[in-house]
Design a protein around this ligand. Structure first.
Ligand code: AGP
Length: 606
């Protein structure tokens, strides 16, 4: 969630660093800074606020001029957002930028204070800078290795040593870091979009590795200071993919990319009309060998797991437990080697989800990761892995990643149901064909986005609202509620429609908006009676239902109609109006849709 960049080469380093950091803004941040070798000295500029604030500060206080340096966007963990807490942080001879958390920073800080070190900030990062300084003996690599041996936590570092001008070091201990390779220039970055303007070629720094970048190129070392060779990768994302493509916001672009993302994700996993997940290390025999399935994730990814639960249990008749990763990892889960733990994560770096997966492996369960970010930690450590192919998801609010996560849930459910004999081959073919038809249905829904904008205009003054539904509609309403909260800042909660009468219905006041999802035929009449209960108490009801249903006045005020498809596939289409309603509500409220306050795209700390 913090962003690290670095550069060595012939260009104006400050320009490159600022540009690269701007491509990481989506990660969410509250301050930024750079350190550049300027006439042989390390010149630091940093500021609370946006990159613009940093640039303004450099206009007045001086803009570092050089060809090598490091940069950072900070999402505060230790110490409030402020100039002094912004990165880079320095010791006498060393300056660093940092992403992650140093868990034993207090103990180290106490030791360093006893050694006479003075601290200016409240950050754990400054402790690392001072520790590097403490160990510095004129040999940067030696110093780095000694220091990282003392550090506990997950982090990535960009480091410059005053005695080694035009040289940048990078260290990865869990938190992601890549090394970009250009013509006569090299880069470090927390994520690929930062360097795409300059090169598509990069190395993936692995856990415990160090990189040294200078005018002669890049060298890599392991934790034992041995030089190592690494494989050069090429990003399959071009700048367009990381730009907005003509849409006002990344989020709207990504909502529109959903049909394409579904196709890219499911097509390679369907052979002869049936799901085929062999390339992910998943065979039908292996799938049906499990007694129980856990789905563990955070936020939107967990909501995708909720859809997965309903679908897998309904079709494959296998028990599924869905858990929030930050709860799962601390509740001593009763796992055995007959259990499958599915970890869903767009970024593949969410600290709680990564920890939940490691705990599951430690307890002997098999782990399957469903991840969008290639080469991410969760992707690399899982026993089995299904990559989703949504491409870069820049908006903090996840949309297309959620869509492809549930698409994979369907493939898994179909394959498991067929393997266990719960459905026969023709049923499996039919369900798979239905899944393949959803991109077209979503295109149709996107043509009706003005209706979502109109509905949003009725919500923007609300203080609070409810999302209600039953079964899969309830699972879906969780995601609808989170989408609205995180980008419009309007409080909402999702509630099982049948549970309202057990207390929550007392919240209904005159004009309070209620968004009711009613797509499940078998539960439709019951859901309608729950809607009537809230309508009768003054609620302003928006119903998301099939096109064919025309709600009476005592049911709903507004309707978003959906094309027909089998009940079990409705989440693939019904989520789109919920995403659009949240998007337009945020836009109408003048919020920063792609970078909502307080949020980060990837929560790599607890
Ligand atoms: C999505 O809209 C949210 N911003 C957030 O809940 C996200 O889904 C969650 O942090 C999990 O992230 P991951 O999928 O990268 O693990």
């Amino acid at each position: 969630m913090c962003g690290i960049v670095g550069y060595v080469g012939p260009r104006d380093c400050t320009d490159v660093l600022i540009d690269a950091l701007s491509k990481l803004e989506y990660r969410g941040y509250d301050s930024a800074g750079i350190a550049v070798f300027d006439n042989g000295k390390i010149s630091v500029a940093k500021s609370k606020g946006r990159l613009k604030d940093l640039e303004n500060k450099m206009e007045t206080e001086g803009r570092p001029q050089g060809h090598a340096g490091i940069g950072h966007t900070r999402w505060a963990t230790h110490g409030e957002p402020s100039d002094i807490n912004s990165h880079p942080h320095s010791g006498k001879r060393v300056t660093i930028v940092h992403n992650g958390i140093i868990e034993n920073y207090k103990k180290l800080k106490d030791f360093l204070v006893k050694q006479g070190k003075n601290f200016l900030s409240e950050t754990d990062t400054e402790v690392v800078a001072q520790l590097l300084d403490y160990y510095y003996d004129g040999n940067p690599l030696e110093t780095i290795i000694k220091t990282v041996h003392e550090l506990e936590g997950s982090y990535a570092l960009g480091i410059v040593f005053a005695d080694f001008p035009d040289t940048v070091y990078a260290v990865r201990m869990e938190s992601p870091l890549i090394i970009g390779k250009g013509e006569g220039e090299s880069f470090i970055a927390s994520d690929v979009p930062a360097i795409l303007k300059y090169t598509k070629d990069y190395y993936l720094l692995e856990h415990g590795e160090v990189a040294m970048l200078n005018r002669n190129g890049v060298k890599f070392y392991d934790i034992h200071k041995r030089e190592i060779e690494k494989e050069l990768k090429t990003a399959d994302w071009d700048m367009d993919a990381a730009e907005k493509g003509g849409f006002e916001h990344f989020m709207l672009k990504e909502i529109h990319e959903q049909p394409e993302s579904i196709k890219k994700t499911i097509a390679p996993r369907i052979s002869d009309g049936l799901p085929c997940l062999e390339e992910c290390g998943i065979t039908p025999e292996k799938l049906k060998s499990f007694d129980k399935i856990y789905i563990v994730a955070c936020g939107t990814a967990m909501h995708a797991g909720m859809v997965g639960k309903y679908v897998i249990e309904k079709l494959a008749r296998v028990p599924v437990v869905v858990d929030i990763a930050s709860e799962f990892r601390y509740r001593d889960p009763l796992l055995t080697d007959k259990d499958l733990v599915i970890i869903i994560s767009q970024s593949g770096e969410t600290a709680d989800s990564l920890a939940a997966m490691r705990l599951s492996k430690k307890l002997g369960a098999q782990t399957l990761a469903i991840v969008n970010a290639k080469g991410s930690s969760i992707a690399r450590e899982a026993d089995m892995l299904i990559y989703t192919h949504a491409g870069p998801e820049i908006a903090v609010a996840s949309t297309k990643a959620y869509m492809v996560q549930i698409a994979v849930m369907y493939l898994l459910a179909f394959e498991l149901a067929l393997a266990s004999g719960a459905i026969d081959e023709s049923q499996c073919r039919q369900l798979t064909a239905l899944l393949q038809s959803t991109p077209e249905l979503i295109e149709k829904i996107l043509e009706e986005k003005k209706q979502a904008q109109y509905i949003a205009s009725k919500l923007i003054t609300a203080d609070s609202l409810l999302y209600i539904g039953r079964g899969l509609d309830y699972a879906l309403s969780m995601e609808g509620s989170l989408k609205l909260k995180e980008i419009s800042y309007i409080h909402s909660e999702s509630y099982a429609a049948g549970e309202l009468k057990h207390g929550t219905i007392s919240l209904i006041s005159d004009g309070m908006p209620v968004i009711a999802v009613a797509t499940q035929t078998a539960l439709f009449d019951k859901t309608i009676s729950n809607i009537k209960e809230v309508k009768a108490r003054g609620a302003k009801v928006v119903i998301v239902c099939r096109n064919g249903y025309e709600p009476e006045k005592d049911v709903a005020d507004y309707k978003f109609g959906l094309p027909d498809i089998d009940d079990i596939l409705m989440p693939m289409t019904a989520v789109v109006p919920l995403q659009l309603i949240a998007y337009y509500t945020s836009v109408l409220r003048g919020n920063d849709v792609d970078k909502p306050r307080n949020l980060a795209k990837s929560v790599t700390v607890e």
